[in-house]
Design a protein around this ligand. Sequence first.
Ligand code: ATP
Ligand code: MG
Length: 176
Amino acid sequence: MEKRKGLVLVYTGNGKGKTTAALGLALRSIGHGRHVFMVQFKKSDSSYGEIQAISKYLPDFRVLQSGKNKMSSDGALVEDERSVVLDGFNQGKEALVSGEYDLVIFDEINVVMDHGQLTVQEVKDMLSLRPEHVDVVLTGRNAPEEIVNIADLVSEVQEIKHYFHAGVKARAGVEF
Ligand code: ATP
Ligand code: MG
């Protein structure tokens, strides 16, 4: 059988479906006996459906939430402190280097780079450390051009319509 080579997959764009695409891939991967590690930046809420399901049913799926996800008074996302981001990033990097995981997901890392909390170079250096068999997924809006250039796959989820604009609020099981 041909030797499996790990790939870098990027899910970006302004439409809904990036994080859930990564979770779908993780589920598929686990079904083949693979081990998955996911760092979720910008999230610190363990009530998300995926976090609950993983802890209940998926022992081969390890998740680390790294981020404060706070809103300021004008509704903007408060910048995570660099140290919080860096801690999550380093733990994800360790998981990747260990070779114990076949798929490592960095959820919302494109946004983290876009906000300047991690440099593109730091992410490129991390990618260069991955063992042969490890697939890496990078999600989030505004994937930097340099990341797009080195990725093996880039899928852009484009918003055509979103019920948010019609006033529909976030729903359990769909948004979180
Ligand atoms: P999902 O987690 O559902 O796969 P995503 O990862 O593609 O979505 P993000 O950009 O991470 O999307 O946004 C997180 C959530 O915010 C999504 O569930 C999405 O429905 C919601 N969302 C997307 N666009 C808007 C918007 N303009 N206003 C409010 N909420 C939005
Ligand atoms: Mg997302």
